[in-house]
Design a protein around this ligand. Structure first.
Ligand code: BJW
Length: 241
């Protein structure tokens, strides 16, 4: 890992209000596959093509199988050092909001309290037709079940082309942010990725943590390249220990 920028360490130490935008890279070191890239493959299907309402309409059993595979994966793994470092940040600054695109629940399991799940949760189930949730189901159900309205139950996540109901809450968390951390996301999916530039335009320092550059990197204040399970704990150690 490259040496940490002292200005970033100072920015973290001084920050009174922090916001975090995280993506699949946050959970990669726990063993949860990312969406894009060679590690993101599922059987012979592109995961991003299964994350659509069209795919569910076409073949609900296949999409349900994909989500069951992911639910089982997530239930078999543990949060990693990066999840814990973000919880540590939450405990040390007066105000910190973690906006995650992840649906795996690992940040909650690590102890995150102020968390916005922008793209929903793998273990939530809503009706495809009337969108009513069902909370009486076990974590893994072999096939999609039915709602009392007759509609098929689907995973309670946000697919491409769908609105992002939590986006307004995420936007409302930004004003006054001193430091905005972009953690393990390819920054390709909107409107999530736009939050980084919105935070920057409203005066926050923005730091990205990723294995590689993203479309955002050139516009940000800091970029820390390396696995977040190492870089985030190292940043915390440099700032607070
Ligand atoms: C590591 C690491 C390690 C790995 N350490 N790093 C404007 C322009 C063009 C298109 C659009 C636009 N606005 C909207 C669109 C359409 C579309 C979109 O963005 N398309 C683009 C692909 C072009 N957006 C939508 O349809 C959204 N809805 C919408 O916009 O409604 C209108 C609206 C407008 C304004 C306000 C409100 C509403 C909905 C998007 C829903 C995305 N859904 C998914 C599936 C969720 C459910 C599920 O999980 O199954 O969300 S798709 C998938 O991508 C998932 C993720 O949350 C999301 C982001 O992926 P993420 O997390 O970045 O993962 P990867 O795999 O891409 O990247 C991992 C990164 O980690 C990599 O960079 C690695 O290098 C890194 N990494 N290991 C550090 N150890």
């Amino acid at each position: 890992m490259a040496e940490l920028d002292q200005d970033l360490v100072d920015a973290l130490r001084k920050a009174r209000k922090i916001a975090v935008l995280s993506g699949a890279g946050l959970s990669a070191e726990s063993g949860v596959p990312t969406f894009r890239g060679p590690e993101g493959l599922w059987k012979n299907h592109d995961p991003t093509e299964l994350a659509t309402a069209e795919a569910f309409r076409r073949d609900p059993a296949l999409v349900w199988e994909f989500y069951n595979w992911r639910r089982e994966k997530v239930l078999s793994v543990e949060p990693n050092g990066a999840h814990r470092a973000l919880v540590d940040i939450e405990a040390r600054v007066s105000e910190c909001t973690h906006i995650t695109q992840n649906v795996d629940g690992l940040s909650q399991r690590a102890g995150a309290r102020r968390l916005i799940e922008l793209h929903g949760n793998l273990f939530a189930t809503i009706c495809f037709d009337c969108r009513r949730p069902r909370t009486d189901l076990p974590e893994i159900v072999p096939h999609p079940s039915y709602c009392e309205c007759g509609g098929l139950m689907r995973p309670g996540v946000v697919w491409f082309g769908e609105s992002v109901p939590a986006f307004e809450t995420a936007l409302a968390a930004l004003p006054g942010t001193d430091l905005f951390l972009v953690v393990g996301t390819s920054a390709l999916v909107q409107p999530a990725a736009s939050l980084a530039m919105i935070a920057k335009q409203s005066g926050a320092h923005v730091a990205e943590f990723n294995l590689e550059p993203t479309p955002l990197t050139a516009s940000l204040d800091f970029a820390v390249h390396g696995p977040v399970g190492t870089t985030l704990p190292a940043l915390m150690a440099a700032a607070f220990h």
